[in-house]
Design a protein around this ligand. Structure first.
Ligand SMILES: Nc1ncnc2c1ncn2[C@@H]1O[C@H](COP(=O)(O)OP(=O)(O)O)[C@@H](O)[C@H]1O
Ligand SMILES: [Mg+2]
Length: 234
């Protein structure tokens, strides 16, 4: 279980036909599992790129990421995939549920072809219960509201017991009230499951409820504030 992530001089360039976009520029940040962190900043400021790198879905052009004291991205593809399975849960704005699978089947997808020390079906039911969807196990995504679909996606993100949840605008497609409930659920999981949470948001009210707010601009960290208020958990 990784409890600390450290980014050192992280740069990510995207090269096109004669053009280059610097998505992240010399970013230095460290994260502890006890934090519930909001990442804010205008569109194109590098938030998604940062989450992809932290979640080992992408590799930096320059710089390193240490997970505890291991440089995971230097390992083989299979090892990186194993690491991601053990440590990271992703949640996206667009839910990314498979439309022909039921809620229960969607939640089980990360476990396919994985050996785990628990019963997969029981575990999937358990996490759907945790997100309040025990009565929707056999529903297709099209039969669920946006908030319910995001709950299925969250259940899928935690089914393999990751130690970090990375959520890229998880409330971006939801109305304010539903978004707040999803936020509360992430906070609950942070405490109950002891998951480090990093979430990108455009909503200043949600960001203000986190323990820490990182503001990005043009691929750099503009500010990094620790907040001490009732929202602080661990
Ligand atoms: N795969 C990619 N190929 C080319 N450019 C990219 C790619 N991903 C991101 N970018 C560029 O990198 C910059 C940062 O993007 P992104 O991390 O998605 O920002 P944010 O999530 O803050 O909106 C943007 O200019 C974007 O166009
Ligand atoms: Mg983004």
């Amino acid at each position: 279980m990784i409890s600390h992530i450290e980014c050192m001089n992280l740069t990510r360039n995207f090269k096109g036909d004669g053009t280059q976009t610097i998505a992240l520029k010399d970013v230095n940040l460290s994260f502890n599992k006890g934090e519930f962190t909001a990442i804010i900043g205008p569109s194109g400021s590098g938030k998604s790129t940062l989450l992809s790198l932290l979640g080992t879905l992408d590799k930096p052009s320059e710089g390193t990421i240490m997970y505890d004291n291991e440089e995971v991205l230097r390992q083989s593809k299979n090892k990186i995939a194993d690491f991601r399975f053990e440590e990271i849960g992703f949640i996206f704005q667009q839910f990314h549920l498979l439309p022909t699978l039921t809620a229960l089947e969607n939640v089980m997808t990360p476990l396919f072809s994985r050996k785990v020390p628990y019963n997969k079906l029981e575990r999937a039911k358990e996490v759907l219960g945790q997100v309040g969807l025990s009565d929707k196990l056999n529903s297709l995504p099209s039969q669920l509201s946006g908030g319910q679909q995001q709950r299925v996606a969250i259940a899928r993100a935690i089914v393999h017991k990751p130690s970090w949840l990375l959520a890229d605008e998880p409330t971006g497609n939801l109305d304010t009230e539903t978004g707040e409930r999803i936020y509360d659920l992430l906070k609950e999981l942070h405490v109950q499951e002891n998951c480090g949470v990093l979430f990108v948001t455009h909503d200043p009210a949600l960001a203000a409820k986190a323990n820490r707010i990182i503001t990005m601009k043009d691929g750099s960290v503009l500010s990094d504030k620790l907040l001490e208020h009732v929202g602080a958990t661990l």
